[in-house]
Design a protein around this ligand. Structure first.
Ligand SMILES: [Zn+2]
Length: 549
């Protein structure tokens, strides 16, 4: 208490928070400068505030989990989260870049301007009861949070609210922005946000994504960027038996494009990833399909090679059209740059991560983890939840192929990191019902609280020390800007594909509504669903699937 009073006195006298003082004191080898001491005190306070808000985090995580909305259709989620932000003093711009479920929530004044982002959407057919270690959907066939996108925005909100309270009281200048990764599973929006200038006046961005450890990395990350494109062929309908010679089949073109790409595949380098689905294969067999479409993701580890792959796709589409006498139009549905994260932010954040550490898992948490790992035949080195903190992620030496996230676009627009937080279980397949099992249980809740602490402490670092923001920008300029020019893969005229997933949500929303979490009646979503935590298979020997292996 006494120390606190001295600090306040020093503050009033204007003796704290200046760069020169901190540097002068460092050069005299004073162990802790006054500015550092103030920062340390405020960090302790912010951690306490987040612990006090753990209940709020649990409610938000469970609530968004229960909405289970697919990309571009996150209407309940968007309304619920923006209402919370609005109630807490944020000014909201709704529907940014023409995306109805997106927002730009702003609080504060002046610089630095720090943006916090996280994804919102879920995975088709991944509906799953939380806390149950085998496939048991809440609504059969419905979407579910099999990627854990229900947790990141709640994390950003509790960290932002705690930091905001301190900034208000201490009169710390700076602006906080909260924005959502709408339709991340379709890499559907972030390139539009950068194209439309939303990040032009933002100094840095902290993105959060569920993981099975608390961690952060810098430099080029593993994985790919991609362009998502639908090829729409158009031919001529005809009676498929009466006058097939009068028809030109758009479905033939789709099939030839699919086959053409599979032949091309042999001659592509192994770092590429490409996959497709047929979106429209015609209506019924006795009508020659006049319209058909095929949807590709073309992925590679760097921008030039993504564009090369895309050009090859276009060539094969043109060839398929020529062979069938149809025409082809292409429509970009999404895009993502490969990710490159900021060293200055990552190193600062990692210092905080070490102070926060991993959550303390209960025996129930571990039992659930081991049981689901056994259920999905997880690799042998994944046993239970993480108990050892990851090291700071370093730039990859040789590119490693894999998934993508359109945070890549933001990371090439301004200094950015992704904070991974430990709300999920290691060794699961990804984009799968199993990845939803932990996402409305104490595992997710504790992981969010730990992540929020690391994020809030990092926010204080950067709001209180503008020099760090300048350093982050310098890294961005020299390591990224000078080496590779960023151009969004979406053109000036492309529009977000906001119609996607409309029909699926129309089908499932009424059935999911009955299961929306009611926090006024139930302490947790597990309680509302009447799930014993954890629920694991009983094996024939009478033991449980969660036994140690
Ligand atoms: Zn994700």
């Amino acid at each position: 208490m006494k120390k606190h009073n001295i600090l306040i006195t020093l503050l009033i006298l204007g003796l704290l928070g200046t760069q020169s003082l901190a540097i002068a004191q460092k050069s005299k080898k004073t162990p802790v400068s006054a500015a550092d001491a103030r920062l340390a005190t405020l960090k302790k306070e912010v951690v306490q505030k987040i612990d006090n808000n753990a209940k709020m985090a649990q409610v938000m995580v469970d609530k968004v989990f229960s909405f289970a909305e697919l990309g571009f259709q996150e209407t309940e989620t968007s309304k619920y989260l923006t209402d919370i932000l609005k109630k807490n003093g944020f000014t909201i711009e709704y529907g940014i870049s023409g995306v109805p479920t997106a927002w730009w929530a702003k609080w504060g004044n002046g610089s630095p301007v720090i943006a916090l982002g996280s994804d919102l959407d879920c995975i088709p057919k991944a509906s799953q009861k939380p806390g149950v270690a085998y496939h048991d959907p809440i609504v059969d066939g419905a979407p579910g949070h099999g990627e854990g996108h229900n947790a990141g925005n709640p994390l950003n909100i509790i960290s932002a609210l705690a930091v905001k309270e301190i900034m208000e009281r201490e009169k710390i200048p700076g602006t906080l922005i909260l924005w959502p990764g709408v339709a991340e599973e379709l890499v559907g929006t972030k390139a539009y946000f950068t194209r439309d200038g939303y990040f032009d006046k933002v100094d840095m961005c902290i993105f959060t994504h569920v993981s099975n450890n608390l961690g952060v990395s810098y430099g080029q990350a593993w994985g790919t960027g991609l362009v998502s494109v639908e090829y729409e062929f158009e031919g001529e309908a005809a009676h498929a038996a009466g006058a097939p010679w009068r028809g030109r089949s758009a479905l033939d073109a789709v099939e030839l494009m699919s086959v053409g790409w599979q032949y091309q595949r042999e001659h592509l380098d192994p770092l590429q990833r490409s996959h497709h689905v047929i979106k429209n294969g015609g209506d019924q067999p006795n009508v020659v399909p006049s319209k058909a479409s095929i949807w590709f993701y073309f992925r590679h580890v760097d921008y030039p090679r993504i564009m090369e792959l895309y050009e090859k796709g276009n060539r094969i589409a043109d060839g398929a059209a020529m062979m069938t006498g149809t025409t082809v139009k292409r429509k970009v549905l999404g895009s993502a740059w490969p990710r490159h994260f900021n060293k200055v932010i990552a190193e600062k954040m990692y210092d905080n991560i070490k102070q926060v550490g991993l959550p303390e898992w209960s025996e129930e948490d571990q039992m659930l983890a081991r049981a689901i790992q056994k259920e999905v035949k997880a690799p042998n080195d994944t046993i239970g939840l993480a108990v050892k903190l990851d090291t700071l992620g370093l730039p990859i030496k040789n590119p490693v192929s894999g998934g993508s996230d359109d945070i890549g676009d933001i990371s090439w627009k301004l200094p950015t990191v992704t904070l991974g937080f430990p709300s999920n279980i290691p060794g699961l397949p990804g984009h799968h019902w199993a990845n939803a099992v932990a996402m409305a249980t104490p595992i997710a809740h504790k992981g969010v609280v730990a992540g929020a602490k690391a994020e809030a402490m990092t926010l204080l670092d950067f709001f209180l020390n503008p020099k760090l923001v300048a350093d982050a920008k310098e890294y961005f300029r020299t390591e990224q800007g000078m080496k590779q020019k960023y151009t969004p893969m979406v053109s000036e005229t492309d529009k977000p594909a906001i119609y996607l997933n409309t029909e699926i949500m129309e089908e499932f929303r009424p059935r999911l509504q009955k299961f929306y979490y009611d926090e006024t009646k139930y302490g947790s979503y597990l309680e509302q669903l009447g799930i014993k935590y954890p629920t694991v298979r009983v094996t024939s020997s009478g033991g449980t699937n969660g036994g140690k292996k």
